[in-house]
Design a protein around this ligand. Structure first.
Ligand code: ADP
Ligand code: MG
Length: 695
């Protein structure tokens, strides 16, 4: 049996370990840095480093690494041993404050979007004491931020930390208006992570899964998700054993893994931790994704994190449950029992409404990826249009404020199930809305547009920055007013009125919504290039610069990188398809046609009276298909060559979306058609049946 409290955080240099191992004064100084963001002295860092090293060595470590999240979105690590030769040629184990605080990896091979030329290879990693160090295998991992020699952020963490800081300041400033003096406000997030598990023996036979993480060919299985029998279904033994080990590994790393269940599509699952600060949650989510992959292998499984591994069934996303709370324990997104009289909550709600409305494009941009393009707006994820769901109770509050009407309390109704032994409980005043991209769920907002692989720093940088901006604007206005109470009420009313178009409580999957959204003037960016085009719009650059989250240079660099990555990803998919088509599928079908032809001929030889129409029909159909297949291969090949030559990154991304991707779909359609009529023993790849139902 697993003793959860005993293993939880056992591989983390957490608060308990720090208290145990650090001198009181050092601990206090470090806590001030962690909790209140005060700068850290090198003498303190020296003591911390030494304690960390001793702890790590006791746990079997030989190495340490500065762990960071470059703009590829995934994590990077370069290991150094603690080894340090002394004058007598003996090895001692050393680790000082300097090494803890700063690293200097050769940064030239990480994407920088033109921020740094290769001859300026210098990059720095800087210790982030707000996310605890941890041990994996025999290495001590130190979470770090990554920046260029000239101080530009080259990673996901630096802007996230900057956004948390501005949000904290803006929220503390806002709370002063309500007579509250708090020192720090932290944004929190609980990410729910979806993934697929497939059997390794099938995975290894699919070049598309190996190179791109998704199936580029594959006819639908006879069964999909139509029976809804997988969602919350009982777990298969191998999956359950995998999940049990996953939990143990996550708990050791101090990750509060809490919920696990089967998801909608066959072979799809979800894991969710309890929320933490956006920074720690981001690091943890990266670890969750890595641990999912590592643990799966031990069970002969492969974990697919791609947003759309299979056509025809749901893809995978990530739900970003976001809120903000004070260091005194107050959740600022909690409306409490009396929302109509909770002016402070209304103030924060107004900031969110205004922010989501004015910067809907940035929220959309933050979740844009080639993989997510398959989901958003495709009737399984929220649409590509950003809107907010606030539910009946808050809607009544907003309506009554806008219209100066009496507020009608949608009172809590008791729930009676008609059976006396079942407990009676009160219904929530607000039902859920699964089709909304930004939904209020009682004491937090759930941003649902994220793809399963996205680094959650991206959306949280946006949410935090937008909130900080709006709150500061509000404060500027109210602080200048004579009667603050009156001014706050007027401001809330004005904002609710001006930004009510962002609220949509209806069905986000319905065909009417995009039409209605267009009438309201809400942007609908259906693909990554469409969205990214707006990243460096003037208003967005202004937002980032004013709040010191990104410089204009950083924004433009990020735009370039994202566009380039998008084109490259589709390019790899196209090349993989071409290889599969030419080297495997075409020869396989041709081989089957040959068998059919030989069968027909030998039948004829035996007797002219034996019918061969079945073979002949199939031969004709498949031969025609092959002609069309080769045409599509040539067409795709052509588009890829042209795509590579386009210089402008935006133009190139549009081309890959409009032309290359379209040619890929046409090629796939012919192959999938042939798959359904080719004898199984000839088909070169494991089928959807095996991939989706083979575990
Ligand atoms: P559901 O699937 O019903 O939306 P889950 O329980 O799977 O809910 O996930 C909800 C997530 O929201 C959890 O990670 C939970 O810790 C998180 N959450 C709860 N309260 C907050 C909060 N104040 N801030 C951020 N996240 C929160
Ligand atoms: Mg959820």
């Amino acid at each position: 049996m697993v003793n959860v409290p005993a293993i939880f955080g056992s591989m983390v240099f957490n608060d308990t370990t720090m208290k145990e191992r650090l001198p009181k004064a050092t601990y206090k100084a470090l806590k001030k840095t962690i909790d209140l963001g005060e700068p850290l002295d090198i003498s303190v860092a020296n003591v911390v480093a030494n304690a960390m090293k001793d702890w790590a060595i006791e746990k079997g470590c030989t190495h340490y690494t500065h762990w960071f999240q470059p703009m590829t979105g995934i994590t990077a690590e370069k290991h150094d041993s603690f080894l340090d030769p002394d004058n007598d040629g003996n090895a001692i184990m050393e680790f000082g404050g300097k090494q803890l605080v700063k690293g200097e990896p050769d940064a030239s091979s990480f994407p920088s979007g033109g921020i740094r030329a290769t001859f300026e290879a210098r990059g720095y990693t800087a210790w982030d004491p707000t996310s605890p160090a941890f041990i994996r295998d025999t290495t001590l991992y130190i979470p770090t931020a990554f920046c260029s020699y000239t101080g530009e952020a080259l990673d996901k963490k630096t802007p996230l930390l900057r956004s948390m800081e501005v949000l904290s300041k803006a929220a503390c400033r806002s709370l002063k208006l309500f007579g509250k003096d708090v020192q720090k406000v932290t944004s929190t997030v609980g990410p729910e992570q979806e993934y697929f598990l497939v059997d390794k023996k099938y995975y290894e036979k699919r070049k598309d899964l190996i190179f791109t993480g998704r199936t580029l060919f594959g006819a639908a299985a006879p069964k999909g998700q139509e029976l809804d029998d997988h969602y919350f279904g009982s777990l298969k033994t191998r999956v359950k054993e995998f999940m049990a080990e996953l939990d143990v590994e996550l708990w050791k790393l101090g990750i509060t893994s809490k919920t696990r269940h089967n998801e909608v599509a066959p072979a799809q699952h979800e894991v969710a931790p309890i929320f933490s600060t956006t920074n720690v949650a981001t690091d943890h989510n990266q670890l969750v994704m890595e641990t999912l992959k590592k643990t799966a292998e031990k069970y002969g499984l492969v974990c697919l994190l791609h947003e759309k591994p299979f056509a025809g069934v749901n893809g995978s996303g990530k739900h970003n449950n976001w809120s903000m709370g004070t260091n005194t324990g107050e959740n600022l997104i909690n409306p409490g029992k009396d929302p109509i009289n909770n002016t402070q909550f209304q103030f924060f709600l107004a900031a969110i409404m205004k922010g989501v409305d004015e910067y809907a494009d940035l929220l959309r941009i933050s979740v844009a990826s080639a993989g997510n393009d398959h989901r958003l707006g495709a009737n399984e994820a929220p649409p590509a249009i950003v809107s907010m769901f606030i539910g009946d109770e808050l809607q009544a509050v907003v309506d009554s404020i806008i219209n100066d009407n009496d507020y009608v309390v949608p009172g809590k109704v008791p729930m009676h199930l008609g059976v006396d032994v079942l407990p009676e409980f009160k219904k929530d005043t607000t039902d859920r809305n699964r089709t909304s991209p930004f939904a209020f769920t009682g004491n937090r907002f759930e941003f649902r547009m994220l793809g399963s692989t996205v680094n959650i720093a991206c959306p949280n940088i946006m949410i935090n920055t937008i909130m900080a901006e709006e709150l500061n604007q509000f404060c500027d206005e109210i602080e200048a007013a004579d009667d603050k109470e009156v001014a706050i009420k007027a401001l809330i009313k004005k904002v609710f009125t001006e930004h009510q178009r962002i609220i949509f409580n209806g069905n986000g999957y319905s065909e009417d919504w995009p039409v209605e959204a267009e009438k309201r003037g809400l942007p609908n960016y259906r693909s990554l290039p469409e969205a990214l085009e707006h990243f460096d719009d003037e208003k967005n650059i202004k937002l980032f610069e004013k709040n010191s989250v990104h410089t204009a240079v950083e924004v433009k660099a990020r735009k370039e990188i994202t566009l380039e990555e998008y084109s490259k990803e589709i390019n790899i998919e196209a090349l993989t398809m071409l290889e599969m088509a030419k080297q495997d599928i075409l020869p396989a079908v041709s081989e089957y046609v040959k068998e059919l032809t030989e069968t027909a001929l030998s039948k004829k030889k035996l007797s002219e009276n034996i019918p061969t129409t079945v073979e002949e029909d199939l031969i004709t159909t498949l031969s025609n298909d092959l002609v069309s297949f080769v045409k599509k291969i040539d067409a795709l090949e052509d588009t890829v060559v042209k795509g590579n030559d386009i210089e402008d990154k935006l133009e190139q991304a549009y081309y890959y979306h409009d032309v290359v991707f379209a040619a890929m779909n046409e090629l796939r359609a012919v192959s999938d058609e042939m798959e359904t009529i080719t004898a199984r023993k000839y088909w070169p790849y494991p089928t959807y049946d095996e991939l989706l139902f083979g575990v």
